[in-house]
Design a protein around this ligand. Sequence first.
Ligand code: AHR
Length: 506
Amino acid sequence: MSSQVTLTLNPAFRVAPVRRRTFGAFVEHLGRCVYSGIFEPGHPTADEDGFRTDVLALTRELGVSSVRYPGGNFVSGYRWEDGVGPVEQRPARHDLAWHSTDPNTVGLDEFMAWAKKAEVEPMYAINLGTRGVEEALDVLQYANAPQGIALSDQRAENGSPEPHGIRMWCLGNEMDGPWQTGHKTAEEYARLATETARAMRQEDPDLELIACGSSNSQMPTFGAWEKAVLTEAYDHVDMISAHVYYSEKDDDQASFLASADDMDQFIDAVVATADHVRATLKRDKRIMISFDEWNVWYQHRAESRPPSGDDWPVAPVLLEDTYNAMDAVVVGNLLISLLRHSDRVASASLAQLVNVIAPIMTEPGGAAWKQTTFHPFALTSQHAKGEVLDVRLAAPTFENARFGTSSAADAVATWDEESGDLAVFVVNRGNQDALDLDADLSAFGELELVEAVTLHHEDPYAANSKDAPDTVTPQPNENIRVEGGRLVGSLPEISWSLVRLSRPAA
Ligand code: AHR
């Protein structure tokens, strides 16, 4: 059985330019993300600095634009200075967030060296859990000040004479969460974030500063937190963060497949709150969103349970979720939501990059491979160009426990006027039927099909592994074609597709 989805595509439905920072990721000192993830001296592919070049190559292939570092919950107990200077003198410390031991072999300078090789922009999170204004200024001066003061000279002695030039700074992490080391009330955090931002701007007025928003939209303080923080910090920050993780719960496939509806509502609610504060304060500036943690994460599974008691291992196996075909469809749909909100989401970070709820997996001493979720991210990053276009669509609906009624299809498009490239990203997130695609392309002039690829597996729970890394990959969709100026074809149930069209060469 099949039914139809009609997309209305028009270059006039412009949302905002595609922002490269939409395609950020996250590297936390958590589990094996750093140690035996990006960094593994002695690995057959390790370079002279101990970085795995197989992971570097996959990071570039993924199309990652920026990487948030060093946490996450980890950062709220982190002493940045433990991670700089001669490695043999660095102290090992307990990481309270993940009940692990960090040997501090990798720190700020190593991360910056890695970021350069990976061709990503750094986003650095400071500790506002156990620390405050002074340490924030110290790490800022160490990272960014030209030589000539104590901390920048120390950086030069440690092998980095040039300033690292980090532009984006997160003012703490998830400070609204009771699990956070140094958790604060909205008022306490608003004060500390404002004072920290003010001091950091005294050092460098051009920094882009991100205040902590809520850890997720289900937090009891969601909304009130954003309002309190922005009311005090509005003039001193550029963005407010949002975090969210989805998973299939209680075998409720339908609600999971509709997760992007929640992301849409989450973004709309944060925008409304920020704009309410803007109106109250009578400001012109608009606060943007840094969606600096988002993904599918099966938090209730054993993989996510930190060690306990006297066990404080170095780089334990933690949060190593295996993603299936359905997870990849949801991730592709979440990217559709982020792109659709490019007018207010200025930056986003898939959490995380390697091993820890990640698109890239590694075996210590062995292979690196792509999870299912790698593919929609890489293809969207590669082909989203020019302007984001809102797509109006008419599609069948499906019922689900979490959202009531959801559209069986969701889509966004990007249009590059200069090259004449149109990319359509579309999901069939209904779990019953294939959908017949139909879209009038006439508003773009003549377009021809470049390629259509679909990620789908007859078993939505099929996954990739070290031994079978290509079980779930996007395949050419031979069904999709242009006929009489219309894009037509078929989208299988639970699938993510990319359709690329282009103006014919003159
Ligand atoms: O990404 C995993 C964890 O999720 C991060 O450390 C934390 O910020 C969030 O709760």
